[in-house]
Design a protein around this ligand. Structure first.
Ligand code: CO
Length: 184
């Protein structure tokens, strides 16, 4: 089932999300819905707060980027109770966008490597090192679990320049190919 995607300005995007337990209701279905919603919106990652659920769950599929990067061809993953335990390496710039902030793309600086602890969809625990673009997608989605948006990581000047666009998004004054849930 395709779910509406929460738009910028909605309070759920500002909450710190909670860990869940394996008995979380309809988890399998929720994960399927997250993927379906993400594919429909042509995203490479989607976090549960973006469908109005304040839980530490996100999905990603970097395979659309596999044309340029062979290593991402099968990079489809589910992250439950994700926690970044280390960030290493030099900061680097990469152009980010967000399904909750349609029509805006900006360069964001983040460290190149993370150590991430998480459970997969079978509740197997992982502690993995990720680098480059996969790490970047995870850092972006992970921020959603902490109530942080990529626009928060821009300079105050950039944020000021974007302010009217962001306000328009929060009022639904933006064209998207997918349904959005607006703040009341
Ligand atoms: Co996002």
């Amino acid at each position: 089932m395709i779910l509406p995607i929460v738009a910028y300005g909605h309070p759920v995007l500002r909450k710190v999300a909670e860990d869940i337990t394996p008995d979380y209701p309809n988890l399998k279905e929720l994960i399927e819905n997250l993927f379906e919603t993400m594919y429909k919106a042509e995203g490479v990652g989607l976090a549960a707060p973006q469908v109005n659920l304040s839980i530490r769950l996100f999905v990603m599929d970097a395979s659309p980027m596999g044309d340029e990067h062979e290593a991402f061809k099968d990079f489809k993953k589910v992250f439950i109770n994700a926690h970044i335990v280390e960030e290493n390496g030099e900061d680097w710039s990469f152009s980010e966008g967000c399904l909750s902030i349609p029509g805006i793309r900006e360069d964001v600086k983040r460290p190149e490597q993370i150590v991430l602890e998480y459970y997969d969809e079978n509740w197997t625990f992982h502690r993995n090192v990720f680098t480059g673009i996969p790490a970047r997608i995870m850092q972006h989605e992970y921020d959603h679990l902490d109530g942080v948006l990529f626009t928060d990581r821009l300079t105050p000047l950039k944020r000021k320049l974007l302010k009217s666009k962001l306000t328009a998004i929060s009022k639904g004054q933006v064209d998207t190919s997918y349904r959005m849930l607006l703040p009341r």
